[in-house]
Design a protein around this ligand. Sequence first.
Ligand code: PLP
Length: 390
Amino acid sequence: MKIGGYFDYNAGTPQSDGVKKAMMAAMELFANPSATYPSAVRSKTLIQQARQNVARLIGAEPEQIVFTSGGTESNNWILHSIMERASKGTVFVTTAIEHDAILSSGRIFCDQSDHFMYVVLPTHEGIVTAGNVAEICGIHSVSLLSVMLANNETGAIQPIADIAKVAKKKGAFFHVDAVQAAGKIPIDVNALGCDSLTLSAHKFYGPKGIGALYLRDPQNFSPFIIGGGQENGLRAGTENITGIAGFGVAAAEVFETLETRIKHNQSIRKVILAALDTKKIPYIINGPTDDRFVMANTLNLSFPGFRAEALVVRLGICNDIAVSLGSACSTNKDRRHSHVLQAMGLDEERLVSAIRISFGTFTEVNDAKLLVSGLEEALVMSQGIAEGGR
Ligand code: PLP
């Protein structure tokens, strides 16, 4: 498929040229970074450089960054690490809009242990308020609170700094899943007030299968994966040098050009919405209506009266355009609707007609216009089929 027809950046972004180049170069570094001869030192230096870049992206120190296989592993690690050593009967609090790397793993962990899990519901616009978090936390003994910085389906940005205050007051460990936010909005771990934070390279132009866990106090942690003592003894296994090289360059690129990227996404968003309005296509935005609380690159739209599956399939087959039904990761599961949109309390008509359009650095204005034209055709076609079948 042509890159311009790709509108599923929240599932995974294309890799930038800089990332590809760095990865190709890293493939030449075959020496194990744990060894001591000069070629091994070069591998080690590459890892250190990447660690600095990742730390800089989120306002952390390099020693606070542990490389992992991605967002899923980082989230699972925190959950297990904190809850396994928490007193019996204590509670894990999270939100109904989290990714399954938190929601499913939390449910399974609590089902199999002496702990309980409580889930905070978002508003109708997909925002979890500090007040709602405080209400749930107020009546339980909370060991771990986990809230995502930005939602993968709606783009809703959560009031993390306010929620951090609730966690602090309760003495709970506060984890933030920033997988979707990184590279799309500024992140500063100190301003957020979190104890740990998850990143994944493939959401911001890096490779898949590499990510990181930020730990405010890494010395207080034990490893999730045990073996040869890599990553300061916190995450064993010979380092994925190629992935780490790509991750480091991706982190540097988005950090240095974030403002331009945000402005670009804002302009693409405007083009899509303006084209829908010009063509008089009725739609409803699922998510925050105030632009300050939504990542500019994400548009979750319902087209009442239509079925999202039909629109997505037609766009793919007839226009070679890729959009998503919701969370790409949950399409593997036997779920009828997006758990995020359901938690927001949307009615059936909005649920069945919702599509997620997500874009980024490589999306051009003309791509956005072609998307809306394709969407118009798909809507007309779907209407024709529905009317013909009556
Ligand atoms: N957290 C969020 C919010 C995500 O959107 C995803 C992936 O879509 C993950 C975690 C999982 O990350 P990874 O694919 O790196 O395991």
